[in-house]
Design a protein around this ligand. Structure first.
Ligand SMILES: Cc1cc2nc3c(=O)[nH]c(=O)nc-3n(C[C@H](O)[C@H](O)[C@H](O)COP(=O)(O)O)c2cc1C
Length: 200
């Protein structure tokens, strides 16, 4: 049975629409947990929702530190500030990687496999070329010439991965107003959302 759209989704859609004139409206901060328990956070580009779900799609290099963190600890928090409308969404939830090792023959995996291929196709040549660079975070060899030739647009490189995130809790703060406004939304174990306005 398909779940109805989460109750927070119209607010996020309005924020995306209301801030669309600035490229920055697609930058989110994704926090994960390092193997030693310390937090780690970085900026990612929001690439859209997975099909007609509210799962969020990001792209990354499968060799980067965040991927090892997600494999080991598949939960994350996103902080997303929309400067134009002065509002913040904090989304806590589950996260998974969709990389070349996915078995595309499983039904659920086929959708993810297609999303990985379609997202790769939609990237610019410049961004696709960056996935042929040496391993992120390793010492840079000053003599190494980074490849600039774009890889085949039809076949994602093994280093290309999607990060798929699905929210379980959402905290939405709108700065305009005195007092400001804040809402909290929580999904129960069957994925049904409830929400209420709370003190800012
Ligand atoms: C504006 C901006 C957008 C970025 N977008 C992405 C992105 O979409 N995917 C990505 O993997 N890294 C992106 N980065 C780089 C990450 O913030 C980070 O430095 C890199 O992924 C390594 O992170 P890690 O060591 O935690 O894996 C972006 C950085 C900035 C400043």
């Amino acid at each position: 049975m398909r779940m109805p759209s989460p109750t927070w989704r119209p607010s996020l859609d309005r924020a995306l629409e209301g801030n669309s004139r600035s490229h920055q409206h697609r930058f989110v901060q994704l926090a994960t947990v390092r193997p030693d328990g310390r937090p780690a956070v970085r900026t990612l580009v929001f690439r859209g929702f997975l099909g007609d779900s509210s799962d969020m799609v990001f792209t990354t290099d499968a060799r980067s530190a965040k991927c090892a963190e997600i494999r080991r600890s598949p939960e994350a928090e996103i902080c997303w500030y929309f400067a134009g409308t002065r509002e913040q969404f904090r989304l806590y939830g589950g996260v998974r990687l969709v990389d070349a090792s996915l078995d595309e023959h499983l039904h659920e995996a086929r959708v993810l496999h297609e999303a990985r291929r379609d997202t790769w196709r939609a990237l610019s040549d410049e961004t696709r070329a960056s996935f042929a660079w040496p391993t992120p975070g390793e010492p840079r060899d000053p003599g190494f010439a980074f490849p600039t030739t774009p890889p085949d647009a039809e076949t994602p490189l093994d280093s290309f991965a999607l990060i798929v995130f699905w929210a379980r809790e959402v905290d939405h703060l709108v700065l305009d107003g005195n007092p400001q406004h804040r809402w909290k939304y929580v999904a129960d174990s069957s994925g049904r959302w409830s929400g209420q306005e709370v003190n800012p």
